[in-house]
Design a protein around this ligand. Structure first.
Ligand code: GDP
Ligand code: IMO
Ligand code: MG
Length: 428
């Protein structure tokens, strides 16, 4: 039986999921994106080339791999085609790509509403990527959405668009915006539907067939568990669930189908956008980490906030997402940091907490309780085995294992595909 491995981010996104997915994709038959949209930015380096993917699964660099965008995703067709064109311009063509007929369409008014909601919230804004993600998922949940399959069927599109505009236009007008014209949007999205048609299929049927055949499947998470709509730092979260538990519903497969969950974890922490971040710090060391790690958003270019690694967060992610193995990323970036801190608990107004509190105001008052370990000064970027690591780097990684109760299966010492060291083989 081929393994069915979920790659999840255990922190606030940008952990290196694209890199790990691309690395593991060499042994996979199918790579699947199951949630989110182009709020994701997944960076992949190989052969001196760098790619940033937003919608397209990170299996596209392997021609035999099937790439699936499943029903739980939200897709903006113009940005989707732009991404395909950008890949084609760099010679990446001929890959196999399938899009679910049940994925939801990000419409132009979702982009408007994302900006308007953020603007009107003022200091309470979430700090979204402004890609229309929240309003699109909101329309899905309130039964006002348009699905990819609707774009292929004139009657369905007319019905769904009419219903959607009947609630959206009054909202836009209440914000002082012009309403959208049905006919203009209808013509435009019918044409986009025709362009999408060759990719569209029932991806649940496709994936279940692959499972029956014993295929090796990789599910590429987007965002991170602390951005989960349910288990993250609500309301400073995204509008889908990046957990492994969300994969079955977002793909139409059995919950029993998942065999492994790789928790991709930065050797420190970052967060982009608003929301509390207990281990955040800003000084020359943080600035050094930001520059060495190129910690600027792949999607928005925003500087990422920097913090120490947080074992409370990692244990939370392990619990809510059933993480079975860790992949520790960007270890090379910590070279030269004299002392490394690991948060092992929180102090909330004098009470010691071992878990992430559900009340956001409590979370925002949590002060980190640290253990401190000595750093190392050796360059790690050429290392290709555990044994070559300096003793202090080994000690740092072993302490992360002790604090999380998880084994490190992979560690990464640079952005390139070749700078990936696996301790455990996932696909034989
Ligand atoms: P994702 O959203 O989880 O796929 O992560 P992003 O691509 O947004 O951000 C991760 C960043 O770290 C990218 O710029 C990667 O090229 C880079 N990266 C990944 N692994 C390593 C590593 O081990 N070392 C260094 N220096 N950079 C890495
Ligand atoms: P990848 O897959 C980091 C953050 C945004 C914002 C919040 C809500 O590259 O790890 P949204 O646009 O989703 O409504 O924004 O979530 N966010 C991410 N942060 N990496 C991501 O994706 C993110 N996707 C969303 O910055 O704080
Ligand atoms: Mg990213």
């Amino acid at each position: 039986m081929g393994k069915r491995i979920v790659v999840v981010g255990t922190q606030w996104g940008d952990e290196g999921k694209g890199k790990i997915t691309d690395y593991l994709a060499a042994g996979a038959d199918v790579v699947v994106r199951s949630q989110g949209g182009n709020n994701a930015g997944h960076t992949i380096h190989f052969n001196h080339q760098k790619f940033a993917l937003h919608f397209i699964p990170s299996g596209v660099f392997f021609p035999k791999t099937k790439n699936v965008m499943a029903n739980g995703m939200v897709i903006e067709p113009n940005a989707f085609f732009q991404e395909l064109d950008d890949l084609a311009a760099r010679g990446v063509t001929g890959f196999r790509l399938f899009v679910s007929d049940r994925a939801h369409v990000i419409m132009p008014y979702h982009l408007d509403l994302d900006v308007l909601w953020e603007t009107f919230k003022g200091p309470l804004a979430v700090g979204t990527t402004k890609k229309g993600i929240g309003p699109c998922y909101a329309d899905k949940a309130s039964r006002n959405g348009i699905r990819v399959g609707d774009l292929l069927d004139p009657e369905a599109l007319a019905l769904r668009l009419r219903a959607s505009l009947s609630v959206t236009n009054p909202t836009l007008m209440s914000f002082g915006r012009e309403p959208y014209d049905f006919d203009v949007l209808y013509q435009k999205y019918r044409a986009l539907g025709d362009r999408l048609r060759p990719f569209v299929t029932d991806t649940s049927v496709l994936l279940n067939d692959e499972i029956d055949k014993g295929s090796r499947i990789l599910f590429e998470g987007a965002q991170g568990i602390m951005l989960c709509l349910d288990h993250g730092t609500y309301p400073y979260v995204t509008s889908s669930s990046p957990t492994a538990a969300s994969v079955p519903v977002n793909c139409g497969i059995s919950p029993m189908a998942i065999t492994d969950v790789v928790g991709v974890t930065k050797a420190y922490s970052t967060r982009v956008g608003g929301g509390a971040f207990p281990t955040e710090f800003e000084d020359a060391i943080a600035q050094g980490i930001r520059e060495r790690g190129h910690e600027y958003g792949t999607t928005t270019g925003r500087p990422r906030r920097i913090g120490w690694i947080d074992a409370v967060v990692l244990r939370h992610s392990r619990r809510v997402s059933g993480v079975t193995d860790l992949a520790i990323m960007l270890l090379d970036v910590l070279t030269g940091v004299p002392e490394l801190k690991i948060c092992i608990a929180y102090d909330l107004d004098g009470t010691l907490l071992k878990e992430v509190p559900g009340n956001y105001l409590h979370f925002s008052r949590c002060r980190p309780v640290y253990i401190t370990l000595p750093g190392w000064s050796e360059d790690l970027t050429g290392i290709r085995s555990w044994h070559e690591l300096p003793p202090n780097a080994k000690r740092y990684l072993e302490t992360i294992e002790q604090q999380t109760g998880l084994k490190i299966a992979i560690f990464s010492v640079g952005p390139d595909r070749s700078q990936t060291i696996d301790i455990k083989q996932f696909f034989e």
